[in-house]
Design a protein around this ligand. Structure first.
Ligand code: UD1
Ligand code: MG
Length: 453
């Protein structure tokens, strides 16, 4: 897909009042990234030569988030969707290719639909292509008046529509493709003689028809053009996104025992023949190789898991956890910024942070790498085939050599050499019969006290 003469405009000047947020509406996350980034990523295979974002309130936030990816123009005051497109004139007045107008708060549109609009414009030589949809409830959307030739005569805004026009079920998503050669000519002819006293972008359809230019319609799924104006609409969009990821991974050979309880991030990568149990959450930056099993209730973020490994139940893999092949991470284990080499096992109740665990090493239950002194972080290095006894505290920085054994309950503060046994705990002392004598003495004392009272 390479369209050398495509420009993109994203309208994002609206205040987003209904989000009740200090974060700009289009920067709220969808699949773990701002919805505006989601939209920009979706359209990137089209290789647009120019990208312009129209911002208003909260423009600094938009600038900070996507200023490096697009030109930001400011629309102040906001006099309607037509006016919003007019303010891109400085950036696009000389642009003669196709101009695709998207909405920052309509992030689920697919590349296929965008492509279809571009193809429709090319094949029908239309000056305007409008993306329509037939919602279950047509609410206050603009209505599309299509004629017998299947061309678009006009878009009637709900506020301005007659009863008869309101009965039309084909609605305007707002998304539109315009021929750059005609765009500003059409926009210059807009007025605000309407119920909202705004410059409607939708009026370009009637203006184009008046100039004998063609206007076409492409239809999309209702879910794809869903707008996000509130937190509950954001949650609905997230559900749509998650369902599409779940379907995608299952189609790619991943077993999800209970798909509806597994949450993916936009960049989650999973190999084939991976099985994921219920209630697993992926944060950004996770890569899972083939034949991995992720048991229920795991939280995985910024981690890579090698082939054939087994994770959880109830495990937490934090950023920069790098697990090799055939690794076992069991229940209530947290791993952060640590390399766990092939075949190593951390099976129960451990914290491994800022560490390397060598090949085939075995970390006993309750082992903690003490990596932090309140100011700095320190590294723990555990050699190949080492065996760390249960309930050991490894006080970093510390090195444990290949094949070494650490006795259970040790607090290790200095180097353990290759193949050494290190036991760092109070030595066990045994006093034969002491317990029986103790009990007898205490019982006698207690009996005397009872008699006295
Ligand atoms: C618009 C369409 C309507 C369509 C509906 C789909 C017009 C006149 N109407 O109506 O046909 O059914 O979207 O949701 O276009 N914006 C700006 N600057 C402005 C005004 C709006 O950037 O001055 C942006 C908003 O941030 C928003 C988008 O444009 O992302 C749509 O604006 P909105 O006010 O929601 O338009 P609607 O009245 O819903
Ligand atoms: Mg709207």
């Amino acid at each position: 897909m390479n369209n050398s003469d495509l420009a993109i405009i994203i309208l994002a000047a609206g205040k987003g009042t209904r989000m009740k947020s200090s974060l700009h509406k289009v920067l709220h996350p969808l699949g773990g990234r701002p919805m505006l980034h989601h939209l920009m990523d979706t359209l990137s295979p089209l290789n647009p030569t120019r990208k312009v974002i129209v911002a208003g309130a909260g423009k600094e936030q938009v600038e900070g988030s996507v200023g490096h990816m697009a030109d930001i123009v400011v629309q102040e005051p906001q006099l309607g969707t037509g006016h919003a497109v007019q303010v891109t004139k400085d950036k696009l007045h000389d642009f003669k290719g196709d101009v695709l107008i998207l909405y920052g708060d309509v992030p689920l549109i697919t590349i296929d639909t965008m492509q279809k609009m571009i193809e429709t414009r090319a094949t029908s030589n239309a000056a305007v292509v409008v993306l329509g949809f037939t919602p279950e409830d047509a609410k206050a959307y603009g209505r599309l008046k299509v004629n017998e030739n299947e061309n678009l005569d006009a878009i009637i805004e709900y506020k301005d529509a007659s009863e008869e026009e309101r009965a039309i079920t084909l609605c305007n998503s707002g998304i539109m493709l315009l021929s750059g050669a005609h765009m500003f000519g059409l926009l210059d002819a807009l007025d605000n003689n309407n119920a909202a006293k705004e410059f409607y972008l939708t009026d370009v359809v009637e203006i184009a028809n008046g100039k004998d230019l063609t206007c076409a319609v492409v239809e999309a799924d209702e879910q794809e053009v869903m707008g996000i104006n509130s937190r509950s609409e954001l949650a609905e969009a997230e559900a749509v996104f998650q369902n599409s990821r779940r379907r995608y991974f299952m189609d790619e050979g991943v077993t999800l025992t209970d798909p509806s309880s597994v949450y993916f991030c936009h960049d989650t990568k999973i190999g084939r023949d991976v099985t994921i149990g219920p209630n697993v959450y992926f944060g950004p930056g996770s890569v899972i190789a083939d034949n991995v099993t992720i048991h229920p209730f795991c939280h995985i973020e910024g981690a890579s898991v090698g082939e054939g490994s087994s994770i959880g139940p109830f495990a937490r893999l934090r950023p920069a956890a790098e697990l090799g092949a055939g690794v076992k991470v069991g229940n209530f284990v947290e791993i952060k910024k640590a390399k766990i080499e092939d075949g190593a096992k951390v099976s129960h109740l451990s914290y491994i942070g800022d560490a390397r665990v060598g090949k085939n090493a075995n970390i006993g239950a309750g082992t903690i790498t003490c990596n932090y002194d309140g100011y700095f972080k320190y590294h723990t290095d555990i050699g190949e085939g080492a065996f760390i006894g249960s309930n050991s505290a490894l006080v970093a920085p510390v090195n444990i050599g290949d094949g070494a054994i650490v006795g259970a309950g040790s607090v290790i503060t200095s180097v353990v050499d290759k193949d050494e046994l290190a036991v760092a705990r109070g030595r066990q002392k045994g006093l034969g019969g002491w317990a029986a004598t103790f009990r007898e003495k205490q019982q006698t004392k207690k009996n005397k006290k009872k008699q006295g009272s």
